[in-house]
Design a binder for this molecule. Structure first.
Ligand code: GL7
Length: 760
């Protein structure tokens, strides 16, 4: 950078820093970051990765980019000297809600690691105008509102590049927007987002309603538009096709520019298909290659060699299948190709369950991915084993060499350096700065976890950082009118609202605790239980769970006898920015999914890195966390994945029997529709949830209830009676978190799947 920060800001704003508004400073910093990011762009030679994903949950970018460019401290000081505050200026930046959960956040962590490791790797996605939605809880139930982020000045910049895409036979132009992704002391890559010029934001009325049939006006308004009707499902296919068709054209154009003759495409591009949303890129690439004169069989081979597929879930709902006649409406040009791919797949195996098109005419996107890419990976060790042994066993037997595991990771730049600067500074004092780029160095912190006298000081310092972070969170909540006691234990469950993640199990515990306190059995320490979660707009029970938590929160707040010991907080509109405030302040991390159902989880890793202990089931990456920290430094409970899989297979799980057999459970569930809750909440939602738990309970909450209560109470007691031991165990978690750096994950993808060379 030329000149000081101050000189640059004066040049960009035309006045002294002290005279600028926060808005002006935000824009100036945005432009400064852009300039510096562009200066780090170098032309790519040879192979580049294209990570195609319906979601990129990028979070706010200003601080992150300043850190990665090495400008953060200087900017902060310069602003402070002029009486300004970077954290206040950051408030000006809207957070783009271009993702739904871990899958989208993972994609963003991967982009950060790629750039940091000097690997040429770009993202391809869509420029949704209103993102997922903004969650409003003011009425005691979730209401969805648009979440606009496209202001005049925004990180994604329009380009003159447009690609023609045919949607249901109608030609449209997909415009390319580019967003610079700057690595930590690394190269600058690009997130490519596509959009139509014809989108009409004014179509949205009454929350997030709009006419889903007017494709050219509505296509990119929202991520995951409601697909409970046919128009919604067709809209999703239109979105997916816009993304992959424009993306495939971009890839081919760039590769040809770099010297590819397309026959050798696999030497110029690695394409990672992030879950099944981008799966149509397979037939689309084949179509484009055929248009350029390459025969079908060769095109299939080229695409197979170029593409790889990541599976992120075993839940059937996310393994997309589209009826043939839907696809025919949206992408008639792909149907002959999908038909031929189906023939080809059937020629490879007699097992009809592995077909691309099943006997009912449904197209199985994941099946197409596995047949016609060279790699299929799961996202945590247990998840990959379950795919190989049960869910995708037929495919594993057909293509054993295609299957591999890539345990997820998180970028430590955002999830430690940015969100917890005090902790990062303390670690740097103890072990030096190398952990920022080589996370395995955190292991050196183990030397401070011995019980030796001298370490007490270090442990107390870590405890003090946690206490300060809790106070900071308490004051942030206080500004929103929520008062919490920072001396209490902070217990946090933040993630999408889904029955398999079992926020309802946590809810039942809190009700149980309410009764215990009423009976004079107070917990070992006051507990602040914090939730953050969005429910899919059409997911009724998920919304009922939110309502029940909000109602319980009110009931407890109105009861001084209980609220001295227990507080329940639901933070509205959970997003990346809020996660960055909550995670550094957490004592106990709730990772309580039904074993076998959470593919990996990545919040679990963020909490561990920030010195929280995990209360969890042996599911997803929790299994690897438990192996790394040892069983004394994590609270594990509940049925194992094998037990759960067998229980499903036996088909004899009866929730009602558990409800009737356990008086504590019965008392907690009945409370949902007791007089206290009905006085504060809505009977329709509460009754429905109660019935769901007693008569369905698809995710086996009730069998794990007792074990959960016991383990959680144990955690409370350990925290209360052995604070030093708690700090020691928290530090062990930090020291062992290095494995979960997304740099490690990206290193493995590159070693086994992509084979890119670092280029600075
Ligand atoms: C998810 C999984 O549910 C989650 O366990 C995993 O950590 C994440 C990233 O691999 O992918 N799959 C999915 O569809 N979403 C996820 O978060 C939305």
């Amino acid at each position: 950078m030329q000149g000081t920060i101050q000189q640059n800001l004066i040049e960009l704003t035309g006045k002294p820093v002290a005279d600028c508004t926060d808005q002006e400073l935000y824009l100036a910093l945005l432009n400064l970051v852009r300039r510096e990011s562009e200066a780090r762009r170098t032309p790519v030679s040879g192979k580049k990765l294209y990570y195609i994903s319906a979601e990129f949950l990028i979070g706010k970018l200003l601080s992150n980019n300043l850190i990665n460019l090495g400008l953060y401290d200087e900017v902060k000081t310069c602003l402070k000297e002029a009486g300004k505050s970077l954290s206040v200026i950051e408030e000006v930046e809207p957070e783009p809600s271009l993702g739904n959960g871990g899958l989208g956040r993972l994609a963003s962590c991967f982009l950060d690691s790629l750039a940091t490791m000097d690997l040429p790797g770009d993202g391809i996605g869509l420029r949704y105008h209103f993102g997922l939605f903004r969650q409003d809880l003011s009425q005691g139930v979730q209401q969805e509102q648009p979440d606009p982020w496209l202001t005049d000045h925004c990180w994604a910049e329009p380009t003159d590049t447009v690609f023609p895409v045919s949607l249901g036979g109608h030609p449209v132009n997909a415009r390319l927007y580019r967003l610079a992704v700057t690595g930590y002391e690394g190269r600058t890559n690009t997130l490519n987002l596509f959009d139509l010029d014809t989108i009409d934001e004014s179509m949205v009325t009454e929350g997030i309603r709009f006419d889903k049939t007017d494709i050219e006006k509505c296509l990119t308004l929202f991520l995951y538009p409601d697909d409970s009707d046919e128009a919604g499902r067709l809209l999703r296919i239109y979105q997916q096709y816009l993304m992959v068709s424009a993306g495939a054209q971009l890839i081919l154009a760039e590769c040809q520019e770099r010297g590819s003759n397309l026959h050798d495409l696999a030497d110029y591009a690695a394409i990672q298909i992030n879950d099944t949303h981008p799966s149509m890129v397979i037939p689309e690439l084949i179509r484009l290659l055929e248009e350029k004169g390459i025969g079908f069989e060769e095109a299939v081979q080229i695409v197979t060699d170029t593409c790889a597929y990541t599976n992120h879930t075993i839940l059937a709902e996310a393994l997309e299948t589209w009826p043939w006649n839907y696809l025919e409406k949206v992408v008639p040009q792909l149907m002959p190709i999908i038909g031929k791919l189906d023939d080809l797949a059937r020629s490879r195996t007699d097992d009809r369950s592995l077909a691309v098109v099943d006997d009912h005419g449904n197209v199985h996107m994941a099946h197409m991915d596995i047949h016609f890419t060279h790699s299929t990976n799961g996202v945590a060790a247990l998840h990959t084993e379950i795919l190989k042994n049960t869910e995708l066993n037929g495919f594993y037997r057909l293509y054993p060499d295609k299957f591999n595991n890539k345990t997820n990771g998180i970028t430590f730049r955002r999830w430690l350096l940015e969100c917890n600067p005090a902790l990062a500074a303390e670690i740097e004092t103890l072990i030096g700065p190398d952990f920022k780029k080589d996370a395995s160095r955190l292991e050196q912190l183990m030397q401070y976890t011995d019980a030796a006298e001298g370490d007490v000081v270090v442990l107390q310092q870590f405890a003090q950082i946690k206490a300060d972070n809790k106070k900071a969170l308490a004051s942030w909540l206080g500004e929103k009118g929520i008062r919490v006691d920072p001396e209490a234990m902070f217990d946090i469950q933040i993630k999408r609202l889904h029955e398999y993640k079992r926020q309802q199990l946590n809810l039942l515990y809190l009700i149980h605790q309410y009764f215990e306190i009423k009976a004079g059995h107070t917990p070992a320490v006051p507990l602040v239980s914090i939730f953050g979660a969005k429910a899919a707009p059409a997911y009724t029970i998920a919304k009922d769970i939110i309502h029940a938590i909000l109602t319980l929160s009110k009931v407890i707040a109105a009861d001084p006898e209980v609220s001295r010991w227990l507080q329940v907080v639901f933070v509205p509109n959970y997003n990346v920015t809020i996660a960055e405030k909550l995670i550094p302040a957490c004592d106990l991390s709730e990772q309580i999914s039904l074993a076998s159902k959470e593919a990996s989880g990545t919040g679990n890793m963020k909490f561990m890195l920030n010195g929280a202990l995990t209360l969890g089931t042996m599911d997803g990456a929790n299994v690897e966390i438990a192996e790394l920290v040892g069983k004394d430094n994590i609270y594990i409970f509940g049925a194992s994945s094998n037990q759960v899989i067998h229980r499903y297979a036996a088909g004899d799980y009866c929730a009602r029997e558990w409800y009737e057999a356990d008086p504590n459970l019965c008392r907690a569930i009945d409370f949902l529709t007791g007089p206290e809750m009905l006085a504060a909440g809505r009977s329709e939602n509460l009754e429905r949830l109660k019935n769901e738990l007693i008569y369905k309970d698809w995710f086996q909450t009730l069998p794990d209830f007792n074990a959960y209560v016991v383990r959680k109470d144990q955690a409370l007691a350990d925290y209360a009676f052995d604070p030093l031991g708690w700090s020691r165990r928290a530090l062990i978690n930090i020291a062992k978190a290095g494995y979960f750096s997304s740099d490690r994950t990206i290193g493995e993808y590159n070693r086994d799947i992509w084979h890119l060379t670092a280029q600075h």
